[in-house]
Ligand binder design. Structure first.
Ligand SMILES: C[S@@+](CC[C@H](N)C(=O)[O-])C[C@H]1O[C@@H](n2cnc3c(N)ncnc32)[C@H](O)[C@@H]1O
Ligand SMILES: [Zn+2]
Length: 272
């Protein structure tokens, strides 16, 4: 069964040789990397929305070096709990690190990833993930069929609670990863005059908290390239003074705390 719905008329989309097509004839071509562009021109606020090429390749190289693997392992444990097989969706999947990791470790599961950035899906498509379908789409209006997903995962990306509620099965779980209060604090202290702690996530409307945990671990940077990638993939890139940057990259070793909050939500019971 297909999982996508037409962004124009909301009819189910069938898989055809060149991409996806609805019964009214709206067609969406599949790119050579394997993703389909389902973002309509009137849904874009800029010509090329979402993260850009430099941020995405920095994030891919940083993640591929394994720095956030302890986080990926915890997300995997949350996805796998209580389900031997199913369908999972990664909203704001970026270049696909977490979706790829999850599907490699959950051989009975199928997955989908959406992101508003074309470059993100180009890189995600190049991963040639088995059992994954990829679409360019906004998290505010996701062209997927309602009620299909057993797990929805979002890591550091914008969410729309109503859309997630619509897409999740009644017994499904929404796994939201946000920065923990102290995430990258040593780095922020070098960059900002007054480093603020991250604010923690609030329960999205229509959901109840099922479980919450903090994942913390130190990251030791002995390699300027990895630290450079971390700087380039975060909002620090916009704030960073050239001198501070030089000083940071010249250090022989720099230890930075990673801290993530993993919040697992279920749909609130219907009180009608
Ligand atoms: C900080 S990155 C995180 C990417 C990935 N989840 C990860 O952790 O590696 C945020 C991602 O959200 C995407 N994004 C931003 N606004 C979006 C929107 N409205 N709908 C879908 N994706 C969006 C960006 O293009 C980017 O890939
Ligand atoms: Zn249509």
């Amino acid at each position: 069964m297909g999982i996508w719905q037409c962004p124009v008329c909301a009819a189910p989309l069938d898989i055809i040789e060149t991409g996806l097509c609805c019964s009214s004839g709206h067609q969406f071509d599949r790119a050579k990397e394997g993703y389909t562009n389902l973002l309509l021109a009137n849904q874009k606020r800029s010509a090329d929305p979402g993260d850009n090429r430099d941020m995405l390749s920095a994030r891919r190289d940083f993640l591929q070096a394994g720095y956030y693997q302890p986080l990926a392992e915890e997300i995997l444990a949350q996805c796998a709990a209580g389900g031997d097989e199913g369908l999972l969706l990664d909203i704001g999947c970026g270049e696909g690190y977490y979706l790829d990791y999850l599907l490699q470790h959950l051989p009975q599961w199928r997955g989908a990833g959406i992101d508003i950035s074309r470059q993100a899906l180009r890189l995600a498509g190049k991963r040639k993930m088995a059992r994954a379908q990829l679409g360019i789409a906004s998290s505010k209006r996701i062209p997927l069929i309602s009620g299909l997903f057993d797990r929805i995962v979002t890591v550091f990306a914008p969410i729309d609670a109503a859309e997630i509620h619509r897409l999740l099965k009644d017994q499904g779980k929404f796994i939201l990863v946000t920065p923990g209060a102290e995430h990258l604090h040593e780095l922020k202290a070098e960059i900002y005059q007054q480093a603020q702690l991250h604010e923690l996530a609030e329960t999205p409307l229509g959901f109840v908290l099922y479980q919450q945990e903090t994942v913390q671990f130190p990251m030791v940077f002995a390699n300027a390239k990895d630290l450079e990638n971390l700087l380039a993939m975060t909002p620090f890139v916009y704030k960073l003074d050239a001198k501070v940057r030089e000083g940071l990259l010249a250090r022989k070793s720099f230890t930075v705390q990673a801290e993530f909050l993993i919040s697992v939500y279920q749909k609130a019971p219907n009180d009608e």
